[in-house]
Ligand binder design. Structure first.
Ligand SMILES: *[C@@H]1O[C@H](CO)[C@@H](O)[C@H](O)[C@H]1NC(C)=O
Length: 211
């Protein structure tokens, strides 16, 4: 009996250590702000937002997870015309896997409610997807977009930011620093461990996101 209790006690110590260590790691990448901010959301002319976007870059945690080892990352958005998801947006993300030498794609769905979007890549859960910045004419399909996602419900909180452009580089009147500063004025503070990272984009070989 005593031996079993001793075992249970030891097990509890081990479990507590794991939980504490885990907690420490989580806290290290927690949201700087206590909860998700509410940036101003511009009006989005959805048809003008469709088509192919080059990812100029995204935040470090995304780079080490879903985008690990990928170059030439693009997104193609198209309107779903019919069926149960009619009027939602089909999302086709593509990247060149520098290890395998092949393009990999993932298809998701973004549902739109007013200015607020949720995106999911089945069977995964859906996530916050907020277009916080748009530049260029809607008549001309916009030039630059910034997408922000924040989930305070995840342990430690999780946020990500993506800068998208119609071309493999930003327009000369835009800068990453300027966009990050704009995000800061909207209450978005990127953690030291989750700073902006450029995506490798080659103007000649990248950007064939076409089916
Ligand atoms: C890239 O390819 C390697 C080798 O096939 C694979 O292990 C890795 O998961 C791929 N990365 C992504 C992000 O798909």
């Amino acid at each position: 009996m005593a031996r079993i209790e001793a075992h249970v006690t030891w097990l509890c110590v081990v479990v507590a250590m794991v939980v504490c260590l885990g907690g420490g790691v989580e806290a290290g990448r927690g949201l700087l702000q206590a909860s998700c901010p509410s940036p101003v959301l511009p009006d989005v002319n959805l048809p003008a937002y469709l088509g192919v976007w080059y990812e100029i870059g995204s935040t470090a945690l995304i780079k080490t997870r879903t985008e690990s080892g990928l170059a030439c990352i693009t997104a193609r958005y198209s309107l779903i015309q019919s069926g149960p998801n009619a009027q939602s947006i089909r999302v086709r993300n593509e990247g060149y896997n520098t290890t395998s030498g092949e393009y990999s794609t993932i298809i998701g769905i973004a549902s739109v409610t007013g200015r607020s979007l949720r995106v999911s890549f089945p069977p995964g859960p859906d996530a916050d997807y907020r277009i916080i910045y748009l530049k260029g004419d809607a008549e001309d399909r916009y030039d630059t977009a910034v997408v922000y996602s924040c989930d305070a419900g995840q342990s430690g909180g999780f946020q990500s930011l993506y800068i998208l452009s119609r071309k493999p580089t930003l327009d000369s009147d835009e800068s990453v620093a300027g966009i990050i500063e704009y995000a800061r004025t909207q209450g978005i503070t990127l953690e030291a461990t989750n700073q902006f990272v450029y995506t490798d984009q080659d103007g000649i070989t990248c950007g064939r996101n076409d089916d």
